[in-house]
Design a protein. Structure first.
Length: 208
């Protein structure tokens, strides 16, 4: 499944008349995926397959208990409802339901310490960049933002391939003059998706 950024980029490029085959080549994805994204007016969204499980008959009662006591431990709920199956499976399902009954703290704030993290993103200019050979490819710009200070650095790179992403990253870190504790990427395929990292990417990089 493509990311929200890829979907938005495909929609924009398609609206500007860029051929589907060229979009697929530039983004490193199949032409079929490009066609589906260009024809969809909604961003991609993962939908968990639905179907009855051993937990399904217990879910209404679990919801009733969580509505009254959102922080009730899963083990207590299981005991009250007479659950005899896997407690790990039961905990996973209670964990899935619990956020529906917890109120959001309006004073909650995410605080970043100096040097803690840098957010890495790709930005695509609204116009193609002419090169010396006469071609006008869609070149990505690697943008790195320091989470604490919001200081930003950027450099244009040739492709979204791993080697160019890493070279661009090290060039910006050299300009920054320091290395943060974490580099955060939003499921960039050249870096990794979920818990899977691309070849050559250090495990200290966080992919979210």
């Amino acid at each position: 499944m493509i990311t929200l950024e890829d979907w938005a980029l495909i929609r924009r490029m398609s609206a500007e008349g860029v051929p589907k085959a060229r979009i697929a080549q530039q983004l490193g994805i199949s032409r079929t995926t490009v066609l589906k994204a260009a024809g969809s007016d909604r961003p991609p969204k993962y939908v968990r397959p639905t179907g009855p499980t051993s937990f399904t008959p217990f879910e209404p009662a679990v919801r009733q208990l969580l509505a009254k006591t959102p922080d009730m431990p899963a083990t207590v709920i299981a005991e009250r409802l007479g659950w005899t199956g896997s407690i790990t499976w039961f905990r996973d399902n209670v964990r899935r339901l619990r956020p529906d009954y917890r109120t959001v703290d309006p004073a909650d704030r995410l605080i970043w310490l100096p040097g803690d993290a840098v957010q890495c993103d790709l930005w695509f200019p609204p116009a193609d960049v002419p090169l010396e050979d006469g071609s006008t490819p869609l070149l990505p710009v690697l943008v790195m933002t320091c989470a604490h200070s919001r200081f930003m650095l950027a450099t244009m790179i040739p492709t979204r391939h791993t080697q160019d992403l890493l070279l661009g990253k090290w060039d910006l870190l050299r300009q920054l003059g320091a290395v943060p504790r974490r580099l955060i990427w939003d499921n960039e395929s050249g870096i990794g998706r979920g818990k899977r990292h691309a070849d050559g990417v250090a495990l200290r990089v966080k992919v979210s």
